[in-house]
Write a protein that binds this ligand. Structure first.
Ligand SMILES: [Cu+2]
Length: 154
């Protein structure tokens, strides 16, 4: 009699355990789908924000053997300008006046001001500079000083 009751309790316990594992398994098999759909939503949000981001203007000056294009670029105070070398030869944007490079009023860089690539840019090489001073800043190509340009910061 006692053994029968024990056996019954054991049986009930085992059943309860197995049904619990079933539920757990179901939860486990469901959750990856939830994760997938969740990450899909996240990528949707990301792609939407990427579509909205072109509000930020990119100020780019292309360097070729002929010089800087555009020769004069106008940007807002605090914006970046990116120079990209599209020539096979190296080019080195730097503040006027060659060879002092000291027209731009922020100290630093390697010669006379912070506005200086400090090296020749190789093909597809880039130089990014943030303009924090208003004015028209003339610059040149230190390796081809006849090539000049200017940045108007308003
Ligand atoms: Cu120079």
């Amino acid at each position: 009699m006692n053994k029968k009751i024990l056996f019954l309790i054991l049986l009930i316990f085992l059943q309860a355990c197995s049904s619990q594992t079933h539920q757990e398994q179901r939860v486990l098999s469901q959750s990856p789908k939830e994760i997938v759909s969740d990450s899909k939503e996240r990528t949707d949000i990301q792609s939407t924000s990427q579509e909205l981001s072109p509000e930020k203007t990119t100020n780019t000056v292309i360097i070729t053997a002929e010089g800087f294009t555009p020769r004069t670029i106008t940007v807002n105070d605090g914006e970046d300008v990116t120079w990209i070398n599209k020539d096979s030869q190296e080019h080195w944007p730097a503040s006027a006046v060659h060879p002092l490079h000291n027209n731009y009023p922020e100290p630093g860089g390697c010669v006379g001001s912070k506005f200086d690539a400090c090296k020749g840019l190789t093909t597809n090489g880039q130089f990014v500079f943030t303009f924090a001073q208003r004015g028209e800043w003339f610059y040149h190509d230190h390796l081809h000083p006849a090539n000049t340009g200017s940045v108007i910061v308003r």
